[in-house]
Write a new protein. Structure first.
Length: 167
């Protein structure tokens, strides 16, 4: 699955589901607290945001927003309104950044304003928010991905590679 154009598309196809996606927004917006911390900018600083809706069949299952530091990526092809081809990761690498490490936070919570409508949630249904911060080999924050998922439409499978198991 790694190295595929889209992990979401590859997994949906593997499960026999027709994947879809729709770009919702590409532009500059103010960084919230968690995104600002991950990108190492001030809260409220302008960051480049790329927000898309992912669908399984015709069912919206997640909103994924990529955030980038505007000072590093604001005047690059990543700021273009269409999808980055062949992939966002390839676009980051084309700008000279090599993946070094990532950190993730996962939070279950009630939906915020607008999320229930976009994800077509039932009353009282929660979301799971995953914030993944990626850093290059020089420890520069190069991508923060905030994914908001309909909690009842996801199973989060985590696989640990072989070797020692640490608790």
């Amino acid at each position: 699955m790694r190295g595929s154009e889209s992990l979401f598309f590859a997994e949906a196809v593997r499960q026999g589901i027709a994947p879809g996606r729709r770009m919702l927004f590409v532009g500059v917006e103010a960084a919230g607290e968690r995104v600002a911390r991950a990108l190492r900018v001030d809260v409220g600083a302008e960051v480049l945001a790329r927000r898309k809706l992912l669908l399984a069949g015709d069912v919206p299952v997640r909103v994924a927003t990529s955030f980038f530091r505007a000072d590093l990526f604001g005047d690059t092809p990543l700021a273009a309104p269409d999808f980055v081809r062949p992939s966002l990761q390839a676009g980051i690498e084309a700008l000279g950044h090599r993946f070094g490490r990532a950190e993730e936070e996962l939070i279950a919570r009630p939906p915020r304003e607008g999320e229930a409508e976009v994800l077509e949630l039932d009353p009282g249904e929660w979301v799971v928010e995953v914030l993944r911060a990626s850093y290059d080999t020089r420890d520069t924050p190069v991508h923060v991905l905030e994914t908001v998922c309909a909690a009842t439409r996801h199973v989060f499978t985590i696989t640990q590679p072989g070797g020692a198991d640490e608790f």
